[in-house]
Design a protein around this ligand. Sequence first.
Ligand code: NDP
Length: 368
Amino acid sequence: MKSRRIFLQKASLSALAFTALPAFSNAKNFTVRKEDKILRVAIMGLGSYGTRVAEAMKESKRARLVGVISGTPSKVTDWQSKYGIPDKNCYNYENFDQIKDNPDIDAVYVITPNALHKDQVIRVAKAGKHVICEKPMAINAKDGQAMVDACKAAGVQLLIGYRMHFEANTLEAIRMRKSGELGEVKFFQGLSGFVIGDPTQWRLNPKLSGGGAMMDIGIYSINGARYMLGEEPIWVTAQETKTDPVKFKEGIDETIQFQMGFPSGAVASCLSTYAMNGLDKFFLNGSKGWVEMQPSTGYGPIKGTTSIGPLELPHVTHQAVQMDRMAAILFDGAKPEVPVNGEEGVKDMKIIDAIFAAVKSGKRVSLT
Ligand code: NDP
């Protein structure tokens, strides 16, 4: 019985990959029509994740790297020769407002330290280009909202780099919950963490990061709780532990446990840490079934098991899928299963604000 179930599960997953959600579940099956516009992207911030996105974009069918914005001239020349980027599409942080006069760039992907996102996104919006901004979109909800407002006022779209919103196994877990296969879902657990290295890096400088593990990795559990449960939290409680106050100075959280309550009565119990390795796990429990994913948000392959069999949709480079889907959102008005717009980013920022307030007060903080 169990193997038949697993077979059926696999069969339904492959059917899903090729029929029900073709545009948002499997990049290999993503077809580009002749009339589809290609998204021409400039990356701002040529660091570790910017490099990953640039490499992934080679696999994209609807997005192409055409420009760079950087404070490091040597990286610019490297990238120019590596990706064939012309001089006219290269900018620095002082002159990138001039991008408004460049008809060959459609969007700027901001991949810089968190605290810089707000001003950079607003400047790109004022230059009339769509903006993709990395998570966390800002360092608090107020700044996030200012970014949303600026993009609206400029008539450009703001998307947040939530790559998991396009990941096939994640979408299948969401489908199972939505279809009722899991029954009444009452509990989510999210564990997000790694041991951070170099104490001099910007991630441990509150002026550039806006916070510690929570901004960087804990946000995956917050965002995951919302898309796995399909609800918005109405309260949070949170407790902080700090074992190394030198490395994790004032304004940089090391480990925070937090809980969220949802309107249905469901609860989420999560851990965000910079002091433990290998924490990348989601667990969703319902009255009829469950889903466990580990790893759940890393670069993949994402691995999952459910009460009726394994989750094993094929791995496709997350950032390549993300960029293809973002082209479809920006140019064709496509609606992703889980939103990636600026408002979605603000929702996570409001929860982070509330978690920090709950740590400080020791009290439950309402989100309504
Ligand atoms: P890095 O430190 O590797 O790169 C950041 C780049 O930003 C730098 O290389 C630099 O590029 C530019 N920069 C501009 N101003 C500064 C400054 N004052 N200090 C340091 N760098 C500066 O960081 P990551 O690439 O790991 O992270 C960047 C963003 O991407 C963060 O918001 C992070 O949360 C997000 N991220 C998202 C991931 C995801 O899976 N979605 C994964 C990893 C990160 P240059 O020299 O070209 O100016």
